[in-house]
Each structure stands twice: as structure tokens, then as C-alpha cells.
Design a binder for this molecule. Structure first.
Ligand SMILES: [Zn+2]
Length: 327
């Protein structure tokens, strides 16, 4: 299979039988695996604005209010969700491991058996989901295994298969929140491939005003990284906020939001604010987690200003940290 453009007419899917990558037209239809000749039906590529999951916020948004008031009410609803955030019971949270997938955590991340075992776990989840008519726990298992398998494929430099995993998950789930998060993943993959028009096209499918904090955080992070790649620093700051508390976001994304701010302040020639934001991140991060965050910053060229700021702070003396692992 040749490398596929992200914005083209072609979809990348996984063969449900052998796990090979299968090419399908964007309108969907019958496909044949070139490795094992299994035939399967591909869904149509999403092209319209995705619907949102029902709001659980108690803060009401009056649809007839002026736009600024509606946005203020939406942010209030997101702050309210953040105050009561419980990753363990949240279907979108990575920390909430579906019961059927618990065995997949027994292998360590660098175990060579993990990719094939995770692939089987993902294909099994897709099969259960489709056979069972899309029960909520099965959709969550598809989403959870797709995220983990996608990360594995990206780390192993197999972007085509990473994309096929996410597009296959898109076909299997119907719950709007999962679809929204999966489209953000496809946008991120297109951005990493340098295809900014395709990134914009995917993100344009995501409703800009979700009242769910997981969805809002994911969309902001995806747009923020795109604008950072484009060096549109002021827009990044509008997306991620200038201070930690400006924009509510899920706790697991704190490092991403701080990274966006630090790199943008540095890019705008505002080093004091870059120092302030990185210091605030270090202050709430343990030494072990700081190493993990530093590695993330190091692995991505767009975060290189964060490493520069990190070194600047280090030259001034010992870095702050907490005892508690949070990330
Ligand atoms: Zn096959």
C-alpha cells in the first residue's frame, strides 16, 4: 500500500482478519485485503459537522443570548465539570480501563509482544462492538484500545497503520463523543505529517462549542499544536489561555497546555511569562514526571522553545518540584 495523503479521496482501514492495512474509497464500499483476500465493507469518510453528546452540565446556556454570554456560560459549565472530574468513571478518560481490556495492561510498553497482542485486543473489541449493536462498554473498549494501539504504531514509526487504526475505530463507534475524539486524533496525525489543510479539514468537523470538557480539551490541544506549528503564537494563547486557570482542561493535558503557552510566550519574545508558566508546571510535577514531560518536549521540534526555557531556569538554580506523581 502506497503512502496515502490525509486529505485525499482514500481511507486507510485495518483488515479485520489479518490486521493488514486496506485502502478504501472515501465513499466506502466493498474492499479486499491485498494480504489475505478477506473482503469487508468500509464505511464512508465523515464529511459533516459531528453531533455532540448530550450535555450533562447544570449550567444552562441560553441559545438566544449574545455570543459572548453563551461562551461565558459554556466556560462556566466546563469549570463545573473540571471541579467534579473523575477520570475513573469517565468513558473518554484513558485512566478508565474497560474491564474487557484489563489484561492488555499486563504487558509492559516496550514488550515486543505488545503490538500484536494489542492489535488482537483492538480487533476483538471492534468485533464485539459490531456484533453487540454498539453497547456503551464495547464502544469504550474500541476507543480505549484504538488510542493505545495508535500510540504504539506512532512510536514504532508506522503512521499508516496508526491512521488505519483510528479510521477503523471511527467505523465501529456511533457515540458522538468518541467520534469527536477520534477525528481530533486524525487531525493530529495529519498535522504531524505536515498536511495542514487536512488537519484543518478534520478539525472543521468538530463542533467549536462542546459542553464536555474532554472534547473541548482535545479540540483546543489539536488546534493549539497546529497554530504553534504555524507560529501563530497569539492564536495559540487565545486557545490555551495565558494563565493556568484561564481555560478549564482535563488534568491529563496540563503539560500540553503549559507547553503551548511557554513556546508561544518565548516565540513572542515574552521570556518572563514563558519562565513563569514553566515554573508553574514544574512546581506541580514530581521529578519522575518532569523527566517524562521533558522527553515529550524533546521528541517534538515544535516544543523546542520549552527546552530552551527549561535550561534558562536551571541556570538560575535548583528547579522546583513536588513529591507526588500526577501524570
Ligand atoms: Zn487481511
Amino acid at each position: 500500500m502506497s503512502p496515502l495523503g490525509h486529505a485525499g479521496d482514500v481511507r486507510a482501514l485495518l483488515c479485520r482478519h489479518c490486521g493488514g492495512t486496506v485502502e478504501a474509497p472515501s465513499v466506502g464500499g466493498l474492499t479486499t485485503c491485498q494480504y489475505c483476500e478477506t473482503q469487508q465493507i468500509a464505511g464512508r469518510r465523515e464529511t459533516e459537522l459531528l453531533s455532540l453528546p448530550p450535555s450533562t452540565a447544570t449550567t444552562q446556556i441560553d441559545p438566544s443570548a449574545p455570543p459572548e454570554q453563551r461562551e461565558a456560560a459554556r466556560l462556566a459549565a466546563l469549570h463545573e465539570q473540571l471541579a467534579a472530574y473523575d477520570a475513573a468513571s469517565n468513558p473518554y478518560a484513558y485512566a478508565n480501563v474497560p474491564e474487557a481490556c484489563a489484561y492488555l495492561l499486563e504487558l509492559s510498553y516496550d514488550d515486543p509482544m505488545l503490538p500484536p497482542v494489542m492489535l488482537q485486543g483492538f480487533l476483538g473489541a471492534v468485533e464485539r462492538c459490531e456484533a453487540g449493536g454498539g453497547r456503551p462498554e464495547d464502544q469504550q473498549a474500541v476507543y480505549w484500545t484504538s488510542s493505545r494501539l495508535e500510540n504504539l504504531m506512532i512510536q514504532r514509526f508506522d503512521p499508516l497503520r496508526a491512521r488505519a487504526v483510528v479510521e477503523t475505530a471511527m467505523d465501529a463507534v456511533s457515540e458522538p463523543g468518541f467520534k469527536y475524539l477520534l477525528v481530533c486524533s486524525l487531525a493530529n496525525q495529519a498535522r504531524v505529517a505536515g498536511d495542514h489543510p487536512a488537519t484543518e479539514a478534520w478539525l472543521a468537523l468538530c463542533d467549536p462549542a462542546p459542553t464536555n470538557i474532554d472534547l473541548d480539551s482535545e479540540r483546543r490541544a489539536s488546534y493549539g499544536k497546529l497554530r504553534l506549528d504555524q507560529q501563530r503564537f497569539r492564536e495559540v494563547l487565545a486557545i490555551a489561555g495565558e494563565h493556568h486557570d484561564d481555560i478549564p482542561h482535563v488534568p491529563s493535558m496540563t503539560a500540553v497546555f503549559v507547553g503551548l503557552r511557554v513556546a508561544s510566550f518565548e516565540g513572542l519574545g515574552r521570556p518572563a511569562e514563558a519562565d513563569r508558566e514553566l515554573t508553574s508546571l514544574l512546581t506541580m510535577t514530581s521529578r519522575d514526571d518532569q523527566q517524562a514531560v521533558r522527553q515529550i518536549f524533546k521528541n517534538n521540534p515544535q516544543w523546542s522553545p520549552c527546552i530552551k526555557v527549561w535550561s534558562r531556569l536551571k541556570e538560575r538554580g535548583p528547579l522546583p518540584h513536588t513529591q507526588e506523581d500526577r501524570f
